[in-house]
Design a protein around this ligand. Structure first.
Ligand code: H79
Length: 444
């Protein structure tokens, strides 16, 4: 055999190995999103604003969702916690109505967090709310029914990281000695425990928006059987979106790229990627105070204006905003959260046209503000500009008219090859956003 022949045989051999090896680390290699999935992605982008809810047995301690880890509790100690979780004030109608009043179009709730405790009726293990708490009911079922009734999409947050299950082994970056043995079957954890619970979530709750994964960063180099899990989800509900919070470049099989506490591409949190997908819908998550799960010592609430401006910045970056609240252990939602969310909802009833159903506009986000667009309207969101004239980069479409969104007052503008100059109305007091609508001729 000559060298060239030997070389090509060798190449063929490696190519075959690559093809035959299951693609377990990279995602769902042969994934072609179905038409209903692509439709769900567009609808997801149209919704723009969602409610994130962190609620679990950890809420009892009022010290955030990481309390198990932060206090270095043992499994035996943490096992006592469900006995005190009895959310007698939980009312799905109240929660969903609050999301609606806030102008939010979807809810993403922790079906289980890193403590592995299932907040739903799971037959896979008794480490769940029905089996272990005096409450004995399934709040996710009530929430799903209410969401379907009120036309809100429901997504389930699901932690792949598990601080409680013995088969989550080898343990990852967040390991501490909590009494689990130093052996376990990770493959069984993934294939039986996790995929079993995901099957329940995708079967027993009607059509759901999707699964929001978190915690893979605990073992970034492990084989998470993504191919299998993603295929399972897409088989059970093809329109369900897979939203992984792994802080990395999206893998095949994933339907949304989400950024934790950051605008897309801005790694100010220190753990996000700067890569921004041009194919997938984008989302950013943030907290309404400084905590995810209920934290009794956290009164650092964002104002309604701050949330509005964050939503506008997100939309101008072609992204959704998923804003988190951590309800009390008794099922009530902090009045401080409620006031702010209702105020944002009121603001959205006036400004929603410039947010819902839009995509990021033709002018890049900058310090002065952002643009969004929908049909023949370009919305110029002036967030930080105090002088009367605002000069913008050139846009391709011809502007036919311009007015203020709030009161329809016409705006003087000039447009030439150098760009667009708008004569802005003076800012009014406590205004979070001055929106100018540019109407452009169609066909561009
Ligand atoms: O559910 C909320 C948080 O509990 C969870 N995600 C949100 C939505 C979350 N957990 N940790 N973080 C967010 C911050 C991530 C910290 C990390 Fe690390 C820094 C991950 C990787 C580097 C600490 C060090 C944990 C692993 C190594």
């Amino acid at each position: 055999m000559n060298n060239a022949r030997r070389y090509s045989l060798l190449l063929l051999f490696f190519a075959l190995i690559l093809i035959l090896l299951p693609d377990t680390t990279r995602g769902q290699s042969t994934y072609e999103p179905t038409p209903e999935n692509l439709q769900a992605r567009r609808e997801y982008q149209d919704m723009k604003f969602g409610m994130f809810i962190h609620w679990g047995v950890y809420s009892v301690l009022g010290d955030g969702e990481w309390v198990f880890h932060n206090r270095k509790l043992t499994v035996d100690e943490y096992n006592r916690l469900p006995m005190f979780f009895d959310p007698e004030k939980f009312d799905a109608h109240t929660w969903v109505s609050l999301a609606k009043a806030a102008g939010m179009k979807y809810i993403t709730i922790t079906s289980r967090h890193h403590d592995g405790f299932a907040m739903f009726d799971s037959k896979v293990s008794d480490w769940n709310i029905v089996a272990r708490t005096p409450y004995k009911k399934d709040p996710l079922k009530m929430l799903a029914d209410e969401c379907h009734k009120q036309g809100i999409k429901l997504f389930f947050y699901y932690s792949q990281l598990d601080w409680h299950n013995v088969d989550y082994y080898p343990r990852g970056a967040t390991d501490w000695k909590n009494g689990r043995p130093d052996h376990g079957d990770f493959n069984s954890y993934l294939d039986n425990y996790m995929d079993g619970q995901l099957t329940e979530l995708l079967t027993n709750y009607g059509p759901i928006g999707g699964i929001w994964f978190d915690g893979m960063w605990d073992k970034p180099n492990a084989d998470w059987h993504l191919e299998k899990t993603y295929a399972l989800i897409h088989k059970l509900q093809p329109a369900a979106l897979i939203i992984p919070n792994h802080h990395q470049t999206p893998r095949p099989g994933e339907d949304v790229q989400t950024f934790e506490r950051d605008l897309p591409g801005q790694n100010s949190a220190g753990f996000n990627t700067t890569y921004i997908s041009t194919q997938l819908p984008l989302e950013m998550s943030n907290t309404l105070n400084d905590s995810w799960g209920f934290n009794i010592g956290d009164s650092h609430y964002k104002s309604a204006e701050e949330v509005e401006r964050e939503l506008v910045r997100a939309a101008g970056n072609n992204s959704n905003l998923l804003m988190n609240i951590g309800p009390y252990p008794n099922g009530e939602i902090d009045p401080q959260f409620q006031t702010r969310l209702r105020a944002v909802g009121e603001w959205l009833s006036k400004y929603g046209d410039s947010i819902y159903g839009t995509r990021g506009g033709p002018i890049a986000p900058a310090d002065w503000g952002v643009t969004t667009q929908k049909g023949n309207n370009i919305y110029v969101h002036v967030l930080n500009w105090t002088t009367p004239l605002l000069a913008l980069a050139p846009i391709q479409s011809k502007i036919t008219a311009a007015h203020v969104l709030a009161d329809n007052q016409p705006i003087t503008f000039t447009q030439n090859n150098d760009g667009v100059v708008l004569k802005l109305p003076p800012a009014t007091q406590n205004e979070s956003d001055r929106v100018i609508v540019l109407m452009v001729s169609s066909g561009n």
